[in-house]
Design a protein around this ligand. Structure first.
Ligand SMILES: Cc1cc2nc3c(=O)[nH]c(=O)nc-3n(C[C@H](O)[C@H](O)[C@H](O)COP(=O)(O)OP(=O)(O)OC[C@H]3O[C@@H](n4cnc5c(N)ncnc54)[C@H](O)[C@@H]3O)c2cc1C
Length: 286
């Protein structure tokens, strides 16, 4: 099989945190046949979406790191149902929503993510979660079978689903949206981006929330009360806009990021006796 393999790709092009360093190899998948081949010939696979919630570990233990090409599947619209391929970016989603006058996804606007990552992580904010809009997804199972999985079978919960546990690769997702008008959708998107810009360091190199919120408190509050908001760790800063975000200010490496995360965990645990669980995928083999 003639696969598209990129040798030594720069991590800065593969994740929104713009890590320094490089991967050994990245395989881009253009067809279901290629994906099935990979499933059958590589024991462990890591699927990279837009890398907006992944710290890419250059010393990972996976047999293959893959990215799905946007050409795997064309978007389909039927009344208020939108089906998109896993690699569809949020920007492209917003364009489709405006074009087909569909509302519901505006809360995701401005985030540099892909639908595959958003489904897997059950993306959410402001009391909304993408799982509330998903009817079903198409996946490739570890044996290379293509299966339609209903919303309830995904077992969505806070920033989680059963997708990782089952080792499914998301191929596409169908969302049930609401019929609207183009101007209204445009306004909602604009408002969502304005709100994000006020609350998050949207223009900086970040990877979204570092930690999940514990049951009783927001992670950002705990980090702030530990005196870490704005704190600098060499080339990484705890955002002064939102303490649960790290900003890569000067070519930070994976090791730098892990060091910052562990230091925050230790400080918060010392002061509040609460263990913060990373939301970001650290690509550590389990
Ligand atoms: C500025 C900024 C703001 C953010 N705001 C939010 C927010 O409001 N709410 C929120 O929930 N998150 C937020 N995030 C985090 C991030 O955007 C989400 O977690 C998003 O869902 C990740 O999508 P991705 O395509 O970048 O996934 P990646 O980071 O590439 O991958 C995330 C996980 O999903 C898996 N995955 C990706 N694609 C597939 C696939 N096709 N099949 C199987 N597994 C797959 C990966 O293996 C990995 O485990 C933000 C990030 C940034 C940078």
């Amino acid at each position: 099989m003639n696969l598209e393999k990129t040798l030594n790709p720069a991590l800065s092009n593969l994740c929104s945190f713009k890590l320094s360093g490089q991967l050994n190899e990245l395989i881009t998948i253009h067809s279901l046949e290629e994906l099935r081949y990979i499933r059958q010939h590589y024991a462990s696979i890591f699927v990279l979406g837009k890398g907006s919630n992944t710290l890419i570990n250059p010393n990972h233990h996976y047999d293959a790191i893959i990215k799905l090409s946007p050409k795997l599947l064309e978007p389909r619209v039927s009344n208020q149902y939108l089906t998109v391929s896993a690699s569809t970016s949020v920007n492209k989603l917003m364009t489709l929503c405006k074009q087909y006058e569909l509302s519901g996804l505006e809360f995701c606007a401005g985030v540099p993510a892909s639908i595959g990552g958003m489904v897997t992580m059950n993306f959410g904010c402001w009391g909304k979660e993408i799982s509330q809009l998903i009817t079903d997804i198409m996946v490739m199972t570890p044996s290379g079978e293509i299966q339609r999985i209903s919303n309830s079978e995904c077992q969505f919960s806070y920033r989680s689903s059963t997708i990782k546990k089952e080792d499914w690769i998301v191929l596409s997702c169908t969302l049930k949206l609401t019929k609207s008008r183009k101007a209204l959708v445009e306004k909602e998107i604009k408002d969502a981006i304005t709100q994000r810009l006020q609350k998050q360091p949207l223009r900086e190199a970040t990877f979204g929330s570092i930690f999940k919120n514990p049951k009783t408190k927001y992670a950002a509050e705990l980090i702030e009360s530990a005196g870490l908001k704005g704190k600098q760790f060499d080339n990484i800063t705890v955002s002064s806009k939102h303490a649960n975000f790290l900003e890569n200010t000067n070519n930070a490496s994976y090791a730098n990021a892990i060091n910052a995360i562990q230091t925050i965990q230790k400080e918060v645990s010392k002061q509040n006796n609460i263990h913060l669980e990373p939301e970001v995928d650290l690509m550590i083999a389990t």
